[in-house]
Design a protein around this ligand. Structure first.
Ligand code: G16
Length: 544
């Protein structure tokens, strides 16, 4: 095997964000750009030499080329074996499943998640550790530091590998095993949920649902699980063929981007259940007839009803949510006597708690829900969990959530995003808020009395690592909150996220329209941060 040493020099800005390195495709296509980041992974993860690496992505534009580049580099860096999803495909949760199941030394996942795909759109790469989870900050930081010092990388000169046929081939001295990307994951799902009950629900013929794969990675997974293993009618999965540009759509399962699906749930004849997942299959959106379940409520409802699913029949250990996620799950944890953790945004912060057995379920407002079955959030898992609940409880989605609110109270919740804002203006706005913090507690803003105001910091209870500057929180008496953060996943300017929440115990007031009910808090949030003056934006670009 002739290893080729290619001279290179560092690129600026290869520090991973909330979830790996995400940039425009054109940035990744610059000579040596992807290679540098990959070499930095091999240089900092010594056990990959002679070990097993999992490799796959969401199938977006540049996925195949990147897989081939990484395979050559893996072989040149002495990796023993690469497990690669057929066609270069692995959803993020499926990659996590495979990394864990075969006790590998980690995986490289290629995805920019819900960001659009295509030659002028986004691409991404992230490294997951042997527990199957996204690299913790210390690992990402070590990789980033290494990117700043590289002067060469290792590769091979070989013809392109066939990625489409299952089986093992050699690449230099490395074995490349092309695996079925769906089977291991589908088996895991079958071990967690009551497939017999779900099959009966579909066989009954009255339950009408659609799953929107948004032309992203979950199409083949959803067809296998819903239509083949569970007997849902053909056509239950819509937009099920993964496309490199996601059919020019925005594969982000929310009310703004899954319009076609949302419309199918409207009216007296609307679907009973509808769900969607994102580019790489880790996010989910849950809908009932004329009903949207917020991701924060979804986590709380799953936690309260977890015992209905065979995989969680003995109950759950504890719950964690990211800081901006509503406090609905906290109320469930309190009622069930469970530990509850508030972590910074980013799935990587759940890893230690899951590994230590302190939590079983976790979730984020950004349409992410998951459990200890893998170490990533998991879109189809959430969908199956919901269908399992509907089959077991024999209630509609709306009935199930309203029953939940009646028991625990309702945390009204919304997120307002201001996208592609001037980066300096956004940074200044956050500085302005930080300056206000010390003076806020005890003051009144409209009808709300400020109880606390801080810049969120987190000390991991397992390894003691500290993460600061994770978002500005303004908490009011009675549990209402405003949270401000800058997104760590965008590729253009800055995205300001404003998260708003208020708690309503009285069931007679649980049917208000969210934006209307939250209007006073929304106005306070805009004024406090001087959003319009500082960003020039009178209204958010996306409301979820
Ligand atoms: C990633 C992270 C999530 C995070 C989300 C939004 O999700 O894995 O933990 O909540 O980004 O992050 P931000 O608010 O910084 O944009 P995904 O689905 O994009 O990988």
């Amino acid at each position: 095997m002739d290893v080729k040493i290619v001279a290179t020099r560092p690129f600026d800005g290869q520090r991973p964000g909330t979830s790996g390195l995400r940039k425009k495709v054109k940035v990744f296509q610059q000579p040596h750009y992807l290679e540098n980041f990959v070499q930095a992974i091999f240089d900092t993860r010594a056990d990959l030499a002679g070990g097993v690496l999992v490799l796959g992505g969401d199938g977006r534009y540049y996925n195949r080329q990147a897989i081939r580049i990484i395979l050559r580099m893996a072989a040149a860096n002495g990796v023993g074996k690469a497990l690669v999803g057929q066609g270069g495909i692995l959803s993020t949760p499926a990659a996590s499943c495979v990394i864990r199941k075969y006790e590998t030394q980690g995986g490289i996942i290629l995805s920019a998640s819900h960001n659009p795909g295509g030659p002028d759109e986004d691409f991404g790469i992230k490294f997951n550790t042997p527990n199957g989870g996204p690299a913790p900050e210390a690992v990402s930081e070590a990789i980033y530091e290494r990117t700043g010092k590289l002067d060469s990388y290792r590769t091979l000169e070989t013809p392109d590998l066939d990625l489409d046929h299952i089986g093992a081939v050699r690449l230099g001295e490395m074995t490349v095993e092309i695996i079925d990307p769906v089977a291991d994951y589908a088996d895991l799902m079958e071990s967690l949920f009551d497939f017999a009950a779900i099959r009966r629900l579909f066989a009954d013929g009255t339950f009408r649902m659609r799953f929107d794969a948004m032309h992203a990675v979950t199409g083949p997974y959803a067809v296998e699980l819903l239509e083949r293993r569970l007997g849902a009618p053909a056509g239950t999965v819509m937009n099920g063929v993964p496309l490199e540009d996601f059919g020019q759509g925005h594969p982000d399962p929310n009310l703004a981007h899954a319009k076609e699906l949302v419309a199918m749930t409207k009216g007296a004849d609307g679907l009973d259940f509808a769900a969607a997942s994102d580019g790489d299959g880790d996010r989910n959106m849950i809908l009932g007839r004329n009903f949207f379940v917020t991701p924060s409520d979804s986590l709380a409802v799953l936690a309260a009803n977890a015992r209905q699913a065979p995989g969680y029949k003995d109950g759950i250990a504890g719950i964690a949510r990211s800081m901006p996620t509503s406090q609905a799950a906290d109320r469930v944890a309190e009622a069930l006597g469970l530990e509850c953790f508030e972590t910074p945004t980013g799935w990587k912060f759940f890893g230690n708690l899951l590994d230590a057995g302190r939590i079983t379920l976790c979730g984020e407002e950004s349409f992410g829900t998951g459990s200890d079955h893998v170490r990533e959030k998991d879109g189809l898992w959430a969908v199956l969990f919901w269908i399992n609940l509907l089959a077991a409880r024999k209630l509609s989605v709306a009935e199930l959530v309203k029953e939940h609110w009646q028991r625990f109270g309702r945390n009204y919740y919304t997120r307002h995003d201001y996208e592609a804002v001037d980066a300096q203006a956004a940074a200044d706005l956050m500085d302005h808020l930080r300056r206000l913090l010390p003076g806020l507690p005890g003051t009144r803003l409209g009808d709300y009395q400020v109880e606390y105001a801080d810049d969120f910091a987190y000390t991991d209870p397992i390894d003691g690592s500290r993460s600061e500057g994770q978002g500005v929180r303004v908490g009011f008496q009675g549990g209402s909150r405003i949270v401000y953060r800058l997104s760590g996943t965008g590729t253009q300017g800055a995205t300001l996220r404003v998260y708003l929440e208020f708690f309503e115990a009285d069931a007679a007031r649980h049917d208000q329209e969210t934006q209307e009910a939250m209007r006073p808090l929304i106005l306070i949030a805009r004024e406090l941060a001087q959003i319009e003056t500082r960003t020039g934006r009178a209204e958010p670009d996306v409301i979820t």
